[in-house]
Design a protein around this ligand. Structure first.
Ligand code: CP
Ligand code: NVA
Length: 305
């Protein structure tokens, strides 16, 4: 049996493979917009396992599989045996015998790793506490569409050093750009948890305005990620000065764009005037989840076409 390729964190794919995936994304998106039928995954099945809520991830994977001629099955912990203590390894053995790929959204990264170690088919990380690689793939494709290659550019990350931040940092090492991070004290990046090789591609700033100065892309995310709800009150106080507002966009490069993976909280991590303003590309960013993941599914299931 061939060992499957997985996408558990951003660095599981090489820079050349991302170049290939972005080229495929462009072609698949164009075909889709022209209403051309493209069914390379006919008779193939994706199983999606959700241990946390989702709108975009579920929709983009499910619609994407249908559009590629395949099917998607939704499982959650509430009404499957996964929520009743069936070992992850056993679930992986069984689920991967009945499907062609599996997408998992869960808590610890170790859960997707244990699943992948016992899976006969590719496993995709649909968000863990540590990483959100599918989102960053869509974000970088969106940057490419709007402004060209991300190489050598500066991304300003304002707020929590969460799964999104960690994945931006991994992407920066792999694709050779810089991330300027500003987090409140006590919420700094942990390079080991982020899975980084070094610190060459990121710089930490105490002042969020300094992190944003001259940046080509300004981005943020919720102050409290899923699974951390108990910390919400403390975080609201700690993060209050880490809002991306018009003043912050003003110090960024005049051509800078704003991204947010969504869902967003206007008035918390981002001001309405920014997310709903002319520099925001959040709707394209959300749409591109669909196109980039279709390229990813095609690649992981069929290899290069
Ligand atoms: N950005 C993102 O992953 O959205 P969902 O939580 O709605 O899937
Ligand atoms: N950091 C957020 C992203 C949601 C898509 C979370 O993990 O809840």
């Amino acid at each position: 049996m061939k060992t499957p390729r997985h996408f558990l964190q951003f660095k599981d794919l090489s820079r050349a493979e991302f170049d290939y995936l972005f080229a495929r994304t462009r072609a698949i998106k164009q075909q889709f917009k022209a209403y051309q039928k493209y069914w390379p995954l006919e008779d193939r099945t994706l199983v999606m396992i959700f241990e946390k809520a989702s709108t975009r991830t579920r929709l983009s994977f499910e619609a994407g599989m249908h559009q590629l001629g395949g099917a998607a099955i939704y499982l959650n912990t509430r009404d499957s045996q996964l929520g009743r203590g069936e070992p992850v390894e056993d679930a992986a053995e069984v689920i991967s015998r009945m499907s062609d790929a599996v997408m998992i959204r869960t808590f610890e990264q170790s859960i997707v790793e244990r699943f992948a170690a016992h899976s006969r088919v590719p496993v995709i990380n649909g968000l863990t506490n540590e990483y959100h690689p599918c989102q960053i793939m869509a974000d970088i494709f969106t940057y490419l569409e709007r402004r060209g290659p991300v190489q050598g550019k500066t991304v300003a990350w304002i707020g929590d050093s969460n799964n999104m931040c960690n994945t931006w940092l991994q992407a920066a090492e792999l694709l050779d750009f810089n991330v300027h991070v500003s987090t409140p004290p006590g919420y700094e990046v942990e390079p080991e948890r982020a899975g980084l090789y070094g610190t060459d591609h990121f710089e930490q700033f105490a002042d969020p305005l300094e992190a944003a100065r001259g940046a080509d892309l300004v981005t943020t995310d919720v102050w409290t990620s899923m699974g951390f709800e108990a910390e919400n009150e403390t975080r609201i106080k700690a993060f209050k000065d880490w809002q991306v507002d018009a003043e912050m966009m003003l110090v960024a490069d005049p051509q800078a764009i704003f991204m947010h993976c969504l869902p967003a909280h206007r008035g918390e991590e981002v001001a309405a005037e920014v997310i709903d303003g002319p520099q925001s590309v959040v709707w394209d960013e959300a749409e591109n989840r669909l196109h980039t993941q279709k390229a990813l599914l095609e690649f992981l299931i069929l290899g290069k076409v």
